[in-house]
Design a binder for this molecule. Structure first.
Ligand code: FES
Ligand code: FES
Length: 165
């Protein structure tokens, strides 16, 4: 498909299990489309350069920076944001519950990105070492916690063997 600058194009994808459709200009970032176009503001915007990890969502099950992805690129794909982590009844996912138990957030700005990153990572790495968890977290910046409680929460979920993932 050829995208014309300034012209809006239709994009369709699945978001947290539901089909969505919207219109976006070719250079509209996915994170802006999610937040301003669809009202899913749980995904945060920090650096807008792929560095901080605050905008991380899952695309087809893999973590992805929504600030480095154009909205029109996700045609036909399955997206999951932090709003899709809890169950239908509102019950927190195992990782969310562990974050609460371990006080793994302070301001919460980094939290959606870290949850989406580590939720996907735990699905691939169900029995991690603490060093591996720290390595996996290294692409996501938290200014508040010092990471200790975040690592404890992730290790707790891994020990329980119920990564939502
Ligand atoms: S806002 Fe996307 S990585 Fe920082
Ligand atoms: S809890 Fe504030 S940036 Fe992580």
């Amino acid at each position: 498909m050829r995208f014309e600058r300034g012209r809006r194009h239709t994009v369709r994808f699945t978001l947290n299990g539901k089909a969505v459709e919207g219109e976006a200009e070719p250079r509209m970032l996915l994170v802006d489309f999610l937040r301003h176009g669809l009202g899913f503001t749980g995904t945060h915007v920090g650096c807008e350069h792929g560095v901080c990890g605050a905008c991380t969502i899952q695309i087809d099950g893999a973590p992805a920076r929504a600030c480095l992805t154009y909205a029109l690129q996700v045609e036909g794909q399955e997206l999951r944001t932090v709003e899709g982590l809890a169950g239908q009844d509102g019950a927190l996912s195992p990782l969310q519950a562990a974050f609460r138990r371990h006080h793994a957030l302070q301001c919460g700005f980094c939290t959606p990105g870290i949850l989406m990153t580590m939720d996907a990572w735990l699905a691939e790495n169900p029995n991690p070492t603490e060093a591996a968890v720290r390595e996996a977290l290294s692409g996501t910046i938290c200014r508040c916690t010092g990471y200790t409680q975040i690592v404890a929460a992730v290790m707790d979920v891994a020990r329980q063997g119920d990564a939502d993932a």
